[in-house]
Design a protein around this ligand. Structure first.
Ligand SMILES: [Zn+2]
Length: 241
């Protein structure tokens, strides 16, 4: 994977992926004056977060993360601690290279990409239910996860909400769990998110004549084989350029 061109280049080339605006902030967001991310090679998980703030500006979130004394690091982080940042209008900001080993979710950082929605999922509505993201933001999240699954050859079951990651919950009796964080918001049904991503992946793979099974949101052997083939073709196409 180290030899792959950047995902941003791939976005520009792939018609399916240009429907939603992706803004590349990697060379624009200020960095911590001295600290740098370590690099890693393998990404096995996609972790979904919320910012839990009203702020819709990746620059402001970045400013907070690189400043000393924030909740993540006393000295300040090298940069914003998400790879991608999705605002409520559905715009996707690409903030760090996927090879950057950023600090978004404890032990799984080394093996995962962190995607956040600028969203206050800890909020309840008037009926006492946790809120859900605006439609544009939710659609962008799904589309983006589809992209990343294609690019990285990851099954949708490799998508986890922050709260689902081991270490961020503990088992109570009778199979129920106590979560240490609500991230990305209890209003978000993460199984539904995986199903939606899976269906769109199946549609995409079927449109490329790689998948002949049902569009059922279940990622089993036929879907996996089709994704693997898509990814192999992608590698060939990208390295040929
Ligand atoms: Zn989180």
């Amino acid at each position: 994977m180290t030899n792959l061109p950047s995902l941003s280049e791939w976005w520009m080339d792939n018609k399916m992926l240009t429907k939603k605006r992706v803004v590349d902030l990697r060379s624009l967001l200020p960095r911590h004056p001295t600290r740098k991310w370590k690099k890693r090679k393998k990404i096995s998980w996609l972790i979904v977060h919320m910012t839990a703030s009203n702020n819709q500006d990746p620059y402001k979130t970045n400013e907070y993360h690189i400043s000393p004394g924030n909740h993540i690091s006393k000295k300040g982080c090298p940069r914003i601690t998400y790879h991608d940042y999705i605002t409520d209008d559905g715009t996707i900001y690409h903030c760090n290279n996927y090879f950057d080993w950023i600090w978004h979710c404890g032990w799984i950082n080394r093996w995962s990409a962190g995607i956040t929605m600028a969203f206050r999922g800890q909020t309840k509505d008037n009926s006492g239910n946790y809120i859900t993201p605006p439609a544009a933001q939710w659609r962008s999240l799904i589309q983006h996860l589809v992209r990343l699954c294609l690019y990285l050859n990851l099954s949708p079951n490799r998508i986890k909400g922050h709260r689902e990651v081991r270490g961020f919950w503990k088992l109570l009796g009778r199979g129920s769990k106590k979560y240490k964080t609500s991230c990305p918001g209890f209003g978000i049904d993460l199984d539904e998110l995986r199903t939606q991503v899976c269906k769109r992946l199946q549609i995409k793979l079927a449109s490329e004549n790689l998948y002949k099974g049902k569009i059922d949101g279940k990622f089993f052997i036929l879907s996996k084989a089709a994704l693997k083939l898509y990814h192999q073709n992608l590698l060939v196409a990208l390295t040929r350029k």
